[in-house]
Design a protein around this ligand. Structure first.
Ligand SMILES: [Zn+2]
Length: 462
């Protein structure tokens, strides 16, 4: 078994004299994988939710003895776990899914992606693409994602419409972008984004995203980090994704990228670096010392031939490592179940060690460590009383999930995103019977297809 504490007999929820009324009582849950610090699994378990918050978690008997639900779900045959956290996404890029594959990163970026973005990316595309991504993610059990793109104020509208939770990073580059043709005005764009960010929605947090140390000058990196510190928001960047980028940067600045960023004063607990594939031992130690979080994107790294980040070494060094999909144009989906399966297998291949990146470590990365990477772990990432009710139910009544000895093994090695049948975000039921309740999926597909026809007609590289 994955955890000896499963089926604990003692009651963790004190029985109330009179059962308290709650909004949701999920009971019985056949396998309740809490992803709490002790990684407790209750079988059978139960969860009580009031408003947007979990008020009790524990054995079925203990929770049922103390709570009555206005609404109730019997989750026999299901695993319930925290909603997954995708720590690296470019949401709007889902409209470019499959537009150009099988190319090295720099050619893919410079010859395909940057020109297409310059021609087509506007607020309407960002709304549609982000909405499409949020629907794909919610249906696949992701309840929080961390975005980095352009027109992020518009992305916030799509996020609000879908009901997902998100950190939205306004993208900043050292050359003209679709939402800022004049790079010298990027600072105005960034501060305007933060000032106008919707304040009343607790599911949304703003962030700034410097594309990479090779597309942003040291001055840009510095002022962006300064604004992030001033506003208490997350600073994001791509870091050391490919070997050639690291060699170029090391030649240019005389130091490897992590040391270069640290010398600038960029690295601290409010910095999230995507990829970190080509980092050496000194850089891993420096990232750990500065409490920088890393987003590990195994499938994107595999597809672009970038390599495999030294994740087992990062975990040994105590780094916070979340999982990410990257944008749809380099993956080509936003499926964290696929990403978990890839991460758990990839590092066994790379290290030749079948113990590397266990199922439990990988599920931690997709939940509580991902939440910590975003600085949001006081609210999300595990099923615990006091945290937000971001919950997913995986229906295990299918041949590929039969029999079930260990729910953590199934979540990482056998389950698919299409097995997700129910999703709650902040206590709101957003997916029921595998169908999204917040967005007209058919209408959205028609609108994206029409946009894709316009993009397709303009392509010159085919
Ligand atoms: Zn990326």
């Amino acid at each position: 078994m994955s955890d000896p504490s499963r089926k604990r007999s003692h009651r963790d929820v004190p029985r109330a004299e009179v059962p308290q009324q709650v909004d949701w009582l999920l009971s019985p849950v056949e396998w309740l994988v809490t992803c709490d610090e002790a990684f407790r699994v209750w079988a059978p378990g139960a969860v009580a939710v009031r408003g947007d918050t979990i008020v009790a978690v524990g054995s079925r008997d203990a929770v049922e003895g103390s709570f009555r639900g206005r609404r109730r779900k019997d989750l026999s045959g299901c695993i319930v776990c925290p909603g997954l956290v995708n720590t690296h996404v470019h949401g709007a890029m889902s409209v470019f899914r499959g537009i150009a594959d099988d190319l090295p990163l720099q050619r893919w970026l410079k010859e395909i992606i940057f020109p297409i973005e310059a021609a087509h990316v506007n607020a309407d595309l960002v709304y549609l693409g982000t909405l499409l991504s949020t629907v794909e993610m919610i249906l696949g059990g992701t309840t929080t994602f961390c975005d980095g793109y352009f027109f992020e104020g518009t992305a916030a509208v799509a996020v609000r419409d879908s009901g997902i939770r998100a950190v939205l990073g306004q993208g900043i580059l050292g050359f003209p972008t679709p939402d800022q043709p004049d790079p010298s005005k990027a600072m105005d764009r960034a501060t305007a984004f933060l000032k106008s960010f919707p304040s009343g929605n607790h599911r949304l947090r703003p962030s700034l995203f410097c594309h990479a140390p090779y597309t942003c000058s040291p001055e840009t990196l510095l002022w962006v980090k300064g604004i992030c510190r001033e506003h208490g928001c997350l600073f994001q960047t791509h870091l050391s994704e490919t070997r050639s980028e690291v060699e170029d940067l090391t030649r240019k600045y005389g130091r490897r990228p992590v040391i270069f960023l640290d010398d600038l004063g960029i690295l601290d607990a409010g910095t999230l670096c995507a990829h970190a594939v080509w980092v050496d031992e000194e850089e891993i130690a420096r990232l750990a010392e500065r409490r920088v979080a890393v987003s590990h994107n195994p499938q994107s790294n595999m597809k672009l031939g970038a390599g495999a980040a030294p994740v087992p070494r990062m975990l040994e060094a105590g780094l916070t490592v979340g999982l990410g999909t990257d944008g749809c144009a380099s993956n080509n989906d936003l499926d964290l179940f696929g990403e978990m399966a890839a991460a758990a297998r990839l590092h066994k291949v790379v290290t030749g060690n079948p113990v590397a990146c266990s199922a439990q470590q990988v599920l931690r990365m997709a939940t509580r460590m991902g939440a910590r990477a975003l600085g949001w772990d006081s609210d999300i990432g595990s099923i615990e009383a006091g945290k937000k009710a971001d919950l997913i139910a995986v229906d295990c009544r299918s041949p590929h999930l039969t029999p079930l000895y260990d729910p953590v093994s199934h979540l990482v090695y056998a389950a698919r995103s299409s097995d997700v049948s129910l999703v709650w975000v902040g206590g709101d039921l957003v997916v029921e019977d595998g169908k999204i309740r917040t967005v007209d999926e058919e209408k959205l597909r028609r609108e994206v297809a029409a946009l894709a026809r316009r993009i397709s007609r303009s392509l010159t590289f085919r």
